[in-house]
Design a protein around this ligand. Structure first.
Ligand SMILES: Cc1cc2nc3c(=O)[nH]c(=O)nc-3n(C[C@H](O)[C@H](O)[C@H](O)COP(=O)(O)O)c2cc1C
Length: 339
């Protein structure tokens, strides 16, 4: 997620991910026009964490639609040994559409397949595409089947579908039920994305719809413990360990415990921002964006966010987070703000 899944976020979120289970963490979408000239050591977009360097699965996501950028982008990303490479064909924001990439590629299946073919030629690891649902004169399922079939022939290994129509951007209901039929027809692995908010949602998508994977997005900022709780409770695995336990975190149960967990986790996020970003301005922007996205899940979240917004220095930001975490009650709302 742009503005969210930067290196500091990825390091932070891994604190809460089971160490021995396959959770892949994706980068923000990266522009293939910029990657070739970006410096691996100094570009915030291309930095990776020590754990990622040692093999923790991470996946860079590329915005790409011109052949001349394929080799230099992929060579550079592949040199960092990611778990795979993902191509963005789902982003509906204006800026992306202007460049004819993101979801624009879904309007031209043959061209989209060409993009996959170019990438396949340069990259031998797992290659995936993230996309949206498309409304056309054909049924959505038929269109998606035809589109994905072309990508498969071009060399894609798996796909993620954000199960909202492109016109709905990030709001409203996700059409999860359509995914089951699409999965059966395409005969390749499909990860479900969109409006996933609870452990029960994950179980429904994996066990009831028989999908291969679930991609969590906004929920992770508010409930960073979600994968931990899924693996330890649903899979009944006693051996699930997360690094956060060393810092006194335990799986929360009540809405209040979830609020307390979140406030403490945000303090750790601030520490990670401080480690990875040198400028206070950048740290403050990234922290405020994170809280802007995540406070909506909590009762009193608005006052937490408003208080943060009124601060003017990084030091004030950090002190505010600490004092809020030790005093004020927040509790998780019953209803998810993304459904
Ligand atoms: C701020 C923001 C930035 C996003 N950036 C990306 C991105 O870079 N690449 C991508 O594939 N999707 C991006 N998305 C979409 C999410 O990955 C996800 O598909 C969408 O939020 C639906 O999932 P959710 O309802 O569980 O949040 C972004 C969404 C938001 C809100």
């Amino acid at each position: 997620m742009v503005g969210i899944s930067h290196v500091a976020f990825r390091e932070w979120v891994r604190l809460f991910l089971p160490e021995d289970y396959p959770v892949w963490v994706f980068t923000e979408m990266l522009s293939s026009r910029r990657v070739p000239s970006q410096n691996l050591k100094f570009s915030n977009h291309l930095q990776i964490t020590a754990q990622e360097r040692e093999g923790a699965p991470w996946v860079p996501q590329l915005l790409i639609n011109e052949e001349r950028f394929v080799r230099p982008s992929i060579e550079k990303l592949a040199s960092l040994s990611p778990q795979g490479i993902d191509i963005n064909m789902g982003c509906p924001v204006k800026h992306t559409l202007r460049h004819n990439w993101g979801v624009r590629l879904m309007g031209d299946p043959d061209y989209a397949a060409k993009v996959v073919k170019w990438c396949r030629k340069e990259y031998k690891g797992p290659l995936s595409v993230k996309m949206r649902l498309i409304r056309t004169e054909q049924s959505t399922s038929d269109y998606m089947y035809g589109f994905i079939q072309k990508l498969k022939e071009a060399g894609a290994d798996w796909v993620t579908i954000h199960a909202r129509y492109k016109e709905n951007k990030h709001a409203g209901k996700a059409e999860w039920n359509l995914l089951k039929g699409i999965r059966e027809s395409i005969g390749m692995p499909l990860a479900a994305n969109g409006a996933v908010s609870t452990k029960e949602d994950i179980i429904f998508l994996l066990d009831k719809l028989n999908l291969d994977a679930v991609m969590l997005a906004r929920v992770v900022m508010a409930k960073p413990w979600l994968c931990w709780s899924f693996f330890s409770e649903h899979k009944s695995l006693d051996t699930v360990h997360v690094k956060a336990e060393e810092h006194g975190f335990s799986l929360p149960d009540t809405p209040q415990e979830k609020g307390t967990f979140y406030l403490k986790a945000v303090c750790f996020f601030a520490d990670s921002l401080e480690k990875w970003f040198a400028s206070d301005k950048e740290r403050m922007e990234k922290l405020l964006f994170f809280v802007t996205m995540s406070h909506k899940w909590f009762d009193f979240g608005h006052s937490y966010w408003k208080g943060l917004k009124s601060k003017h220095t990084w030091q004030d930001y950090k002190e505010y987070l600490k004092s809020y975490a030790s005093k004020e009650p927040l509790s998780l709302l019953q209803r998810s703000p993304i459904q």
